[in-house]
Design a protein around this ligand. Structure first.
Ligand SMILES: Cc1ncc(COP(=O)(O)O)c(C=O)c1O
Length: 345
């Protein structure tokens, strides 16, 4: 007899990028340069207060984000990573039988969240060039659709949709369907044709933009993400949020990180420069690597993915294989990237 839902057996577990002692980890899309200046001090100071519950309204941080983004704080909700905010979004939009449409392959948390909430997932295959097929996604919207996710740039393929395509797509989405723009990798975007979701679509009531401090801002271990949506959507998310899940050290760290924006931008520049160098080198052997606007790139190796990842591991480099599909490789420091390239070239 099982004490838990029988359908869980069929549910794939979230596979985190592996950490192997002594190995180079290019498997979790982290930025490799340590916490931003001021973060360790802010967290250390905050720890003295951890016998108290944190501010559940996350007032100071929401205020700071609001100022930075030029929106009302009422439009912001923070969460235990943006992954938690996706869980909340599924819960505030979908009743049993309702549908959530997203591209596939995309962020592996979407189907896991979808399967344990009321939603029915509708996965729309990527194009042959590994990007979202926005026409097919628009065609997949039915009367039951409540949530559509556009992951831009897309994890794990790195591809991005451009403004003209997204404009046309959003115009086709009915007003009563919420569109979540997952911009976890926004800071790494260099192509001006890739829209900033908040700037371009922030005034659409059915668009919500999700961002994270885990990647460019270096706070993956503290778990903090945020969304910006219409006040009613943000309020609904804040209502269902796990109470106090944005911890006191996380709030302090996020404030300190935001104060170190110039250093964040400098590190992002290093990553972007390395991205060009590494992708150009890899394409000499694997010309099919799609364009990437994120801090990782995609090797569409199909059935050879696990074998390739094992060869990397032998050389002390951990990458992320999606067997049958491809391998995602995070951009690390120049020497880490060289270690990876020595396996490929
Ligand atoms: C596309 C995408 N969205 C959201 C997240 C969630 O990030 P976090 O929960 O660390 O904020 C990730 C993390 O890998 C991601 O790749």
């Amino acid at each position: 007899m099982s004490l838990t839902r029988p359908d869980l057996d069929a549910l794939p577990a979230y596979v985190p990028g592996r950490s192997v002692p002594g190995a180079i980890k290019l498997a979790s899309n982290e930025v490799p340069y340590g916490p931003l200046p001021g973060v360790v001090e802010a967290v250390t100071a905050a720890v003295a207060g951890v016998h108290r519950y944190p501010d559940m309204g996350v007032t100071e941080l929401r205020g700071r984000l609001a100022e930075r983004l030029g929106v009302d704080p009422e439009r912001i909700a923070t969460g235990c990573g943006s992954v938690a905010l996706f869980e909340h979004l599924f819960r505030v939009t979908c009743l049993p039988g309702d549908e959530a449409v997203y591209a596939w392959r995309s962020f592996e948390a979407y189907p896991i969240i979808g399967a344990t909430t009321a939603a029915t997932s509708v996965r729309v295959p990527n194009t042959v060039t590994h990007g979202h097929d926005l026409d097919a996604m628009a065609a997949a919207i039915t009367e039951r659709t409540r949530l559509v996710i556009v992951c831009n740039p897309n994890n794990p393929t790195g591809t991005a949709v451009r403004k003209a395509e997204l404009d046309a797509f959003l115009d086709k989405v009915p007003d009563n369907v919420l569109v979540a723009l997952d911009e976890a990798y926004r800071e790494f975007v260099t192509d001006p044709a890739v829209p900033d979701g908040l700037v371009e679509y922030g005034d659409r009531p059915n668009v919500v933009v999700l961002r994270t401090m885990s990647k460019a801002w270096g706070l993956a271990g503290l778990r903090i993400g945020y969304l910006i949506g219409a006040p009613a959507v943000a309020a609904a998310v804040r209502k269902v949020i796990t109470p106090f899940s944005t911890s006191l050290p996380a709030q302090a760290a996020a404030l300190a990180a935001l104060a170190a924006e110039p250093e964040m931008l400098r590190r992002v520049d290093l990553v972007v420069t390395e991205r060009s160098r590494v992708v150009e080198a890899v394409r000499k052997v694997y010309p099919d690597v799609p364009e990437t606007q994120a801090n990782f790139f995609w090797l569409p190796l199909g059935d050879r993915s696990a074998e390739f990842a094992a060869a990397c591991e032998q050389a002390g480099v951990i990458v992320r294989a999606f067997q049958g599909d491809g391998v995602r490789v995070t951009i690390g420091t120049p020497s880490e990237n060289d270690a990876f390239l020595s396996v490929v070239l």
